[in-house]
Design a binder for this molecule. Structure first.
Ligand code: AGP
Length: 607
């Protein structure tokens, strides 16, 4: 998943493109490149490593007003300057930037090489430039349209040609592409974030659409040149979302934002008269919801663990069988769609390829699918039958933190709605809402323990392997804690249900392999304490997350992190925060780039 950004307008393109690309770096950051149209052709600069390496290499003066940039997450071909985008054709007059995977590129490359084309990179993307070269006879849009049907796979694509200095051509299939409409200038990018400080007027392109931009207009068509009318949407722009605001890293900032992001997710969604919730975007009446007989949640990564967590709650409050599916698995298994089943796809970015393609498979089979998304106007949000925006605000750090608790917020409201439709009394609804409203202030209390958690992280930063254990609704939280640690510290971390300890993982226990155990005061407390003792009996070190005031576990565990007391259902909101902070500080102690960890990208728009 890469970041692409193009500009054609009345300003020098170079700096504007680089500033916009900074906001796409979360999509991939192993190399970057720029192409700006200049008097005698193209000025192309590429560098491996972070965007700042490219910035340092830019020529003092590049006055071109037409250009494209790219930040790469390598799929085909190593991290080299030659493999960085933009890619050009043999003449050097065509430049393209691409996000996606051209699955039949090897076949196309061979055919092109047989015709004498000389390739400069190992990438799949470069074939696009040479195919356009074959077809270009003066009309760039026409040439692009002619080659798109040859491509198997996914693309978000921007093309420029020296002979068409004021034109950009974009096309989308399976990878996001958004158009920005300015005053006598146009923008094209994989994400609104690149352009939102320049224009808030955006047009979301769909698969199979081609757009031709000049500074003053845009024309969208399908692949057969049939015009397609597009709505112009207005998006909000808050610069602070893209600023660390005094924090060392976006990840730490976003961990601290959680009390506010949860409050935002609750605004207008708790009905304190009816002691229930309200989610307008579901597009379903209570009568519709009453007919629902089962729930299926589909997601990837952290979003999958959010789904797993809330599945316990839906079953408890609404007595509805609830299943959680990995998007990457669901899209390839011949899933059986049962009647009266409500599907949710959960995706912070709304662009995750696995989740998007799972959504499309569910729709093909006639399922009703709702979305739980953060990115407004994202592809998943637009292709579902309705859904809920979690209002977490842009999440810049690759490791997801505030989106997790915001996803829980939206899905807990849904659980309350379903619970009150089916089994929960008015009084039970009222108790649930009271506890819910208390979550933000209790997270504030946990955040004030940051330095204690930092000290614990420092003590364990040398571990080579880490185990995370939890039971019941906190089992997925333990899985999320393991994911956080592994993705930003690069320490191998495994999460599992504490009840499984004796079925195998206990073989891993020794003095070098510490465990992080969630042992809150809940209905499974005694079981967890037994597991704690099993680990200690084998000299395993244990960090125990406990409910404040627990004097029992502190006598057994090696280190304690306390969370405030709360209704058992809401413990996941509190338990996940120390896990996020712990992972953050272990990674910092190890000198990792916590916002942009190696090999990862924020929005996984390729399979
Ligand atoms: C979590 O920290 C990771 N960045 C990753 O697992 C992420 O949650 C996953 O790729 C799903 O992303 P989405 O919510 O945008 O679909």
């Amino acid at each position: 998943m890469c970041g692409i950004f193009g500009y054609c307008g009345n300003k020098p393109a170079s700096n504007l493109l680089i500033e916009g690309l900074k906001r796409l770096e979360y999509r991939g950051y192993d190399s970057a490149g720029i192409c700006v149209g200049v008097k005698d052709g193209f000025s192309i600069v590429k560098r491996t490593g972070k965007l700042k390496n490219l910035q340092k290499a830019l020529p003092e003066k590049a006055y071109g007003r037409n250009g494209i940039v790219h930040t790469r997450w390598a799929t085909h071909g190593g991290v080299t300057e030659a493999n960085a985008h933009p890619h050009t054709d043999c003449t050097g007059k065509i430049a393209i930037v691409h996000n996606g995977i051209i699955e039949n590129y090897a076949y196309l490359k061979e055919r092109l090489q047989e015709k004498g084309h000389v390739f400069k990179s190992e990438t799949d993307s470069e074939v696009i430039a040479h195919l356009i070269e074959e077809r270009f006879k003066g009309n760039l849009t026409q040439a692009v349209m002619e080659i798109l049907p040859l491509l198997k796979g996914t693309y978000g694509l921007i093309v420029m040609h020296q002979d068409c200095p004021d034109i950009l051509v974009g096309a989308r299939n399976g990878s996001p592409l958004v158009l920005g409409v300015g005053n006598d200038e146009m923008f094209l990018a994989s994400d609104v974030a690149a352009m939102v400080s320049y224009t808030q007027q955006v047009v979301y392109l769909n698969d199979g659409e081609v757009v031709t931009l000049t500074p003053s207009e845009f024309i969208t068509t399908d692949l057969e040149s049939h015009p397609i009318e597009k709505d112009i949407n207005t998006v909000e722009y808050q610069n602070e979302n893209f600023d660390k605001q005094g924090f060392n890293d976006f990840m730490l900032k976003e961990i601290h934002e959680q009390p506010e992001s949860i409050k935002r997710g609750l605004v207008g969604r708790l009905d304190k008269t009816g002691e229930t919730g309200h989610l307008g975007g579901l597009n379903m009446t209570s009568a519709d919801l009453l007919n629902v007989e089962r729930i299926v949640l589909v997601a990837a990564g952290t979003s999958y663990y959010a789904g797993q967590t809330v599945s316990y709650l839906i079953e408890k409050l609404a007595h509805l069988p609830t299943k959680v599916e990995l998007a990457s698995e669901l899209r390839y298994k011949n899933i059986i769609i049962e009647k009266n089943t409500l599907y949710f796809v959960i995706s912070q970015s709304g662009e995750t390829a696995d989740t998007l393609f799972a959504l499309r498979e569910l729709k093909r089979k006639g399922a009703k699918v709702l979305g739980i998304c953060n990115a407004v106007g994202s592809t998943i949000a637009r292709e579902t039958d309705g859904g809920v925006y979690i209002h977490s605000g842009p999440e810049i750090a690759v490791a997801s933190t505030k989106a997790f608790t915001s996803q829980l917020t939206a899905l807990y409201i849904f659980s309350l709605i379903m619970g009150r439709i089916r089994f929960l009394s008015n009084e039970q609804g009222s108790q649930f809402i009271k506890a819910f409203q208390n979550v933000p202030i209790l997270i504030e209390e946990i955040l004030s323990q940051k330095e204690h958690i930092h000290a614990v992280a420092e003590k364990y930063k040398g571990a080579k392997n880490f185990l995370f254990l939890g039971r019941g609704i906190n089992y997925p939280v333990a899985m999320e804690g393991a994911l956080k640690l592994k993705e930003i510290s690069y320490i191998h971390a495994e999460g599992f249900g504490a009840g499984e300890l004796k079925h195998g993982p206990i073989a891993l226990i020794n003095e070098e392999t510490p465990s992080f155990m969630l042992i809150p005061k809940d209905s499974l407390y005694e079981k967890n304490v037994s597991n704690l003792k099993e680990i200690k009996a084998r000299k395993g070190k244990v960090i125990a997350l406990v409910t404040k005031g627990d004097t029992n576990v502190s006598k057994i565990a090696d280190d304690i992190i306390e969370i405030p007391e709360i209704m058992e259902d809401f413990i996941p909101f509190l338990a996940v925060v120390p896990l996020q902070i712990f992972a953050y500080f272990v990674a910092k102690e190890l000198g990792r780039d916590v916002d942009q960890p190696r090999n990862l990208a924020k929005s996984v728009t390729v399979e």
